[in-house]
Design a protein around this ligand. Structure first.
Ligand SMILES: [Zn+2]
Ligand SMILES: [Zn+2]
Length: 221
């Protein structure tokens, strides 16, 4: 990473302090995790902060919330989802984020216990402006995000951060989300009798008298 990119991420990350204690740390972490300065990630990050605020909830440290992010694959500005993940704390590893694949810049954040939920979507005019920005113009021509002149990305983010929540997002009323019950996670592991690797007990398959991992069993997941 170039020194000027590191400096830009440090400076932009510091702007997270406006949302309260530790938010500069989380925003800074989000930039470094994401890897480049673009508009999509910070927009998702702010949407996540707005959703937490609407539910009067904190960034998820445990397993208490889940987020459905409405971006898809194979389209520009999917970076939004990384921002949502970092801000809400509903991470991939904790199994708390799902992508609906709609190709939309919105999220639904759900509190598992109460099923209280809120949907936050980016205003159409914000997305239209983003897709006309010089950043997207260069991306459209095939320039990788890190090769777009840094000041263009930084300008995009600074512009986003000058706007109010209301200017950027539509926030739903809090509603009840029909979250299906999920089985409790397992804390047991088993050794696959073919490859010898350890497998979570609830993912083991039984075939011809053997306990096998999914790939060795040849069965689907
Ligand atoms: Zn990005
Ligand atoms: Zn195996």
């Amino acid at each position: 990473m170039k020194p000027e990119q590191i400096k830009a991420m440090e400076e932009l990350g510091a702007k997270g302090a406006r949302w309260g204690e530790l938010w500069d740390v989380y925003l800074r972490a989000a930039f470094f995790m994401h890897g480049h300065v673009c508009g999509g990630m910070p927009l998702g990050f702010r949407a996540g902060v707005v959703a937490l605020k609407a539910l009067k909830s904190e960034r998820e440290l445990n397993m208490g919330k889940v987020v459905f992010v409405e971006t898809g694959t194979g389209h520009a500005a999917g970076c939004f989802a990384d921002g949502v993940q970092m801000a809400t704390g509903c991470t991939f590893g904790k199994g708390l984020i799902e992508r609906t694949g709609y190709g939309k810049w919105a999220l639904v954040l759900v509190e598992k216990d109460t099923r209280r939920a809120v949907r936050v979507s980016v205003r159409p005019e914000v997305m239209e402006a983003a897709f006309k920005s010089p950043f997207l113009e260069m991306r459209r021509k095939g320039t990788p995000p890190t090769e777009v002149p840094l000041e263009i990305g930084v300008g995009l983010v600074e512009n986003l951060f000058q706007k109010s929540d209301e200017q950027l997002f539509v926030v739903s009323e809090v509603f009840e989300y029909p979250l299906p019950e999920k089985p409790k996670p397992t804390f047991e592991i088993v050794k696959c009798q073919q490859c010898g690797e350890m497998v979570a007990a609830n993912k083991v398959r039984f075939k011809e008298g053997q306990l096998l991992c999914i790939p060795c069993s040849g069965y689907g997941g």
